[in-house]
Ligand binder design. Structure first.
Ligand SMILES: Cc1cc2nc3c(=O)[nH]c(=O)nc-3n(C[C@H](O)[C@H](O)[C@H](O)COP(=O)(O)OP(=O)(O)OC[C@H]3O[C@@H](n4cnc5c(N)ncnc54)[C@H](O)[C@@H]3O)c2cc1C
Length: 350
């Protein structure tokens, strides 16, 4: 068994493998190309403190206790994952980059990596999205004389001091960047494709479940998964209310083109800018699975639970509806249950 990725989804899967009698190194291996424990969290900007992260669920079997809310989540979670890997003896191999997965002999899959090839009867893919930032393309983009960067490279607000910044994107990252940058920048402009929808009232379990069900339906149809925020809208808390009142979250529709000095709309409006910050989200990091031809014409992989419909040996954990910390926890357990049945020869649909 090979698990690719040691973020929340991969570690949850490895924990359940261990609990159900699989031995690390003998029966399964976890491969990760990041330099240290922490999954994508290790790369998040220092001002994303643990106190700013809402709805982070602990991994199964070990609570994250008494974390200092003022510390960067990159440190808090990296330490917690490290401790978790050691406690449950998961023996993650890193840095190991998985380059491709292809069909092998006798129904096995070949996992080709920077550290050699593994042959396996089943695969848990838990590679998240951080490695595939999504940059939309707009006319004139290459002519811009300023700096363009993506959320994946966001360094924290100080670097924006005195700059005119255009932030693109209506998700949580975009609003968080704006609220952080505004006090430092000379000027901020927020543009989004669709008008942002702020979610009134508490974000309860029912709302969460309904959002997950919508994303689930998309992946069942083989469409690329949407982010859960695009379904739920943004939570309207006091900080967001203040930013709306202060004009920081005053949104403009998407511009039509980029010029050397800024952005322009067809109606003649223009905004000069030194920096364009693309908070335009991420896509599933699954290019290494391309030789298996799992993608549907709609562009996504059809998934039932966590199992790829086209190939029951492959489970996608942390993909689509399970792309949250709580979803990844549940998906890890369910993938392991399915794989145990597969290896025992029980029909998958039974
Ligand atoms: C800014 C931000 C804040 C968030 N806050 C929250 C929150 O508060 N609560 C919440 O529930 N969710 C939050 N999320 C979503 C959250 O990150 C995910 O739900 C969860 O942490 C993702 O876990 P994962 O294991 O699927 O992915 P990751 O943490 O990205 O782990 C994937 C791992 O796979 C490895 N990998 C990828 N490709 C390869 C390859 N080819 N070969 C080898 N290794 C590979 C990577 O190195 C990485 O370690 C947030 C996301 C972002 C971007």
């Amino acid at each position: 068994m090979v698990v690719i990725g040691a973020g929340q989804a991969g570690l949850s899967s490895a924990y359940h493998l261990r609990r159900t009698g699989f031995e690390p190194e003998r029966d399964f291996v976890v491969l990760d190309h990041a330099p240290q424990p922490g999954g994508a969290w290790q790369f998040r900007w220092p001002t994303l403190t643990y106190g700013k992260v809402h709805g982070m669920h602990s991994l199964p079997g070990m609570e994250l206790m008494d974390a200092d809310p003022a510390r960067p989540s990159s440190e808090v979670i990296a330490e917690y994952f490290d401790h978790y890997e050691q406690t449950f003896d998961l023996r993650v191999r890193r840095p190991v980059d998985v380059r491709t997965v292809r069909e092998g002999d006798r129904g096995r899959l070949l996992v080709e990596t920077s550290a050699g090839t593994w042959s396996t009867r089943a695969l848990i893919n838990a590679t998240g999205t951080w490695d595939r930032p999504f940059w939309p393309r707009y006319p004139g983009q290459e002519t811009f004389r300023g700096r363009q960067l993506h959320t994946a490279q966001y360094p924290g607000p100080e670097e924006f001091a005195g700059q005119r910044v255009v932030v693109v994107g209506g998700g949580t990252s975009g609003t968080q960047h704006l609220m952080e940058i505004a006090p430092y920048a000379a000027e901020t402009t927020w543009v989004t494709r669709r008008p942002p929808v702020f979610h009134e009232g508490p974000f309860d379990e029912g709302t969460g479940r309904a959002a997950v069900a919508l994303v689930e339906e998309r992946v069942r149809q083989g469409l690329p998964p949407q982010s859960v925020v695009s379904v739920t809208g943004l939570p309207l808390n006091d900080t967001i209310r203040r930013a709306i009142d202060d004009g920081v979250l005053d949104r403009l529709p998407m511009f039509d083109r980029i010029t050397p000095d800024g952005v322009e709309w067809d109606d003649g409006r223009r905004v000069d800018a030194d920096i364009i910050l693309w908070a335009t989200g991420f896509r599933a990091a699954i290019d290494h699975l391309a030789p298996l031809r799992l993608r549907e014409p709609g562009g996504g992989i059809r998934v039932e639970g966590t199992r790829a419909v086209a190939d029951p040996r492959i489970h996608l954990v942390g993909y689509g509806p399970s792309a949250s910390t709580i979803g990844a926890n549940r998906a890890g357990r369910s993938a392991v249950r399915d794989i145990r049945r597969l290896l025992a020869g029980v029909p998958v649909a039974a």
